[in-house]
Ligand binder design. Sequence first.
Ligand SMILES: Nc1ncnc2c1ncn2[C@@H]1O[C@H](COP(=O)(O)OP(=O)(O)OP(=O)(O)O)[C@@H](O)[C@H]1O
Length: 613
Amino acid sequence: MSITDYCRRTVAFTREIMQQPATAKKDLRFSDLGFFLRFARPIWSLGVLALVATALVAAAKAVLPLSIKFFIDNILLGETPAPDTLIAGAGAILSSLDTLIAALLVLGLFTGGMDLLRNYWTARFREGYAFNLQTALVEHVLSFPISYFKSQQTGYIMSRLSDDVQILQYTVSQYLPLIVANGLYVVFTLAVLCILSLRLTLVVAAFIPLYLLVNAVFIRRIRAATHRERERQAYVSRDIQEVISGIDTVKTHAAEEREVHRVSGTLAKMVDARIRNTMLSAFSEYFRIGTMSLMLIAVFWVGGNEVLAGGMTIGDFVAFAVYVVTFAPTVNTFFAFPVVMQPAATSAARLRELFSMDGEPSGGGVVPAAVQGRIEFSGVRFGYTESEPVLADANLVIRPGEVVAVVGRTGAGKTTLVNLILRAFSPQEGTITLDGHDLASLDPRWLRRQVSLVSQDLFLFHTTIEDNIRYSRPKATFEEVVNAARKAQIHDEITGFPDGYRTVVGERGTQLSVGQRQRVAIARAFLKDAPILILDEPTSALDMQTEEQIRRTLRLLVRNRTTILVSHRPSLLTIADRVVAVEGGRVREQQGTDLPPEHDTGRIRRPGHSAAT
Ligand SMILES: Nc1ncnc2c1ncn2[C@@H]1O[C@H](COP(=O)(O)OP(=O)(O)OP(=O)(O)O)[C@@H](O)[C@H]1O
């Protein structure tokens, strides 16, 4: 590529990034600051200490260059300070070299000590703040309805939970103390500059609107670019997480290259967003540095002429020049804060959005004293999209203690039906009641405590088998855990492992076979002993012999519980009192002639029969 082509492309790229949409979807409002301050409330005293220490260090640093003025004017040239100046008193005291050196030593020791304290208090405040924020965030996100987690990919949620908090914490901890310190430094220094020369200070102040103009042009653009970058970063996390969790499928299809290509595609979009964002920041920095250089030139020009004309002492000018040379980069950094704080502002806006989403009410809703277990669907309509109902007009009554098997073609809506009982989703029309209470009116956590679920999609934690079984009743004794495992026909296999019940099952239970995991889930249900039981393909991974054993234990488990059994296994349906079919969005009773031949053995009791086995 020729140099001309290169320049042309650079200009086109610059024009393109300056013309990108400059409005971000989720901007942080000023009122949101109050929201984020609430996490600082329990540690406010540390914040105040950090602020006071920062102010003292800034003040100490601001007076330091004044020593040059005293050294030149009072000590070297022996001039008597003008009685009407504010710093005359200090000048009179520091009129000998010894006192000036002693004062400098004291000032140095004080500044160093105070700086150490500032670091300590700032670190405690920063970490305490991040702790409060992240704990509240995890608590809030865990209160979201199950439907949120079913509609979002784990990697995307994780990115928002960890990346945003980290970026907010990192940026705020790095820059917030600097903003405070630099802000105070600017104020103190401006005061000293005014004392040294009001005229020159006005020259400095004249450049402030130029800084504001640069910010006005760039801030909105940088904010929008940061939003784009962060969304794309979440997509990268989502894709990587998906590949890692589906690594078995990826490997068996020898699809590593394809997956690398897919992830690198998402990654490339993020890198592009990052470059554009970096370049926008670089352009704004370029204009700020330009403003700073112009300011320094103007100060030297006006100040130099003042000294030549005798309107200013050499000491005042040198002190002023030292101030301005150290002050200018601080002013520059100060006006760059709105830019460097954009990642934090973006993260804060995204976190605010998460916090403003409604979780399920905790402790709200009706909590009946006892559960009979009558479940009734009346005219229920539900679809994952409004236009395509999975259930169109579902009517079903399950009597207390009854075992109802739900059959139907794959994709007919059987799992959807049980998810509605768990209030993972809410019907768009019609009602579902438990003992006459609309599920929508019940406390969702209470409701789920009344239900044991053994599903085909079970989850084990990366801990011991004992703790995994105990998950359904944390206060259960070891004997109760063993008892539940015996009933679920897994005790002998557990004791066969070298570590027995202390065997760690691996992430998601990968060190157990699917059949073993399924029986751990059944053991959990025995231990929970809830009045309602949902069995969604509970034996899908078991061989015929183990299923036969489990069928016997399931007969025991369903006793005196309202049970909904979803299964494609004809043999398992024999534990049901009756069978209903989900078909075309409706639920209809299955008659003897509708059942596959192996069902019609007379073991399935028809509606109206007792639930006892
Ligand atoms: N979280 C979801 N989001 C969108 N659509 C979904 C979701 N879960 C299920 N579906 C769709 O709803 C329909 C019913 O699914 P459901 O899992 O209830 O069927 P099922 O009868 O249990 O099937 P199977 O016997 O294969 O388990 C299917 O078309 C499915 O694609």
